[in-house]
Design a binder for this molecule. Structure first.
Ligand code: CTP
Ligand code: MG
Length: 223
């Protein structure tokens, strides 16, 4: 069964700001997107990598990806889910790891755990525990304690069988889903959790970017 890494890179990076969308900006000496793709290309169980980009981003993408085996670039859509669906239609079958380009540093062992867990489930996602105490309330007051032991932050890559994920999107619709696990659950499918990694945090805001730069300069990350 072919394992495809589908990297969605068609966003505009508005919350980070700057002249160029974040996935094309260099960090630690190379574009964010290049880091994300290289992590997938280097994994022995991943057979192919496909990248979804926005209309008008082709030159930036080709420069960021030069020399990497990514096949034909796929055009994305207005919402992230549109970009994912366009990618799924292009792949059509096999196993897919849907991954945000904005998460450049993906450890090999997370991918191992995802593909292992997918054997017994409809999907598998990496999660990290929530460290802060959580509150629930409105109107400026807390009204309920929250048990954080049952709550996780859900990361990407997320592993599925392509046909199941297309079925889930057809069944549940796209709504405002920000990831595929939400769509799978809405369609009644079973998604396993595996241990994620702090290095997989998404680069969303300028503070995230500064933190990632600090981590890169303080420790060795294989290039
Ligand atoms: N993405 C995409 N197509 C879209 C929107 C987002 O492929 N229409 C991708 C982004 O490129 C990113 C990932 O989905 O790799 C996660 O989205 P997010 O962090 O929200 O990135 P942006 O949408 O680019 O950022 P912002 O929301 O701040 O504009
Ligand atoms: Mg976005």
């Amino acid at each position: 069964m072919t394992v495809t890494a589908l990297i969605v890179a068609a966003g505009k990076g508005e919350r980070l700001g700057g002249d160029v969308p974040k996935q094309f900006r260099p960090i630690g000496g190379k574009p964010v997107l290049r880091w994300a793709v290289e992590a997938m290309v280097r994994h022995p169980l991943i057979n192919q990598v496909r990248v979804v980009i926005g209309a008008g981003q082709r030159d930036l993408a080709e420069a960021a990806l030069s020399g990497l085996p990514v096949g034909e670039l796929i055009e994305g859509g207005v919402e992230r889910s549109d970009s994912v669906l366009n990618g799924l239609m292009a792949i059509a079958e096999g196993t897919v790891l849907v991954h945000d380009a904005a998460r450049p540093f993906c450890p090999t062992d997370v991918i191992d755990r995802l593909l292992g867990a997918l054997e017994g489930c409809d999907g598998a996602v990496p999660v990290v525990a929530v460290a802060d105490t959580l509150g629930k309330g409105s109107g400026g007051v807390l009204d309920e304690p929250v048990d954080r032991k049952q709550l996780f932050r859900v990361q990407t890559p997320q592993a599925f069988h392509v046909e199941d994920l297309i079925y889930a999107y057809e069944e549940a619709g796209r709504n405002s889903a920000t990831d595929e696990s939400t769509v799978m659950l809405a369609a009644g499918l079973k998604v396993a959790t595996v241990e994620g990694d702090p290095m997989l945090e998404k680069l969303t805001t300028p503070a995230d970017w500064s933190r990632a730069e600090a981590i890169l300069s303080s420790r060795f990350v294989s290039r």
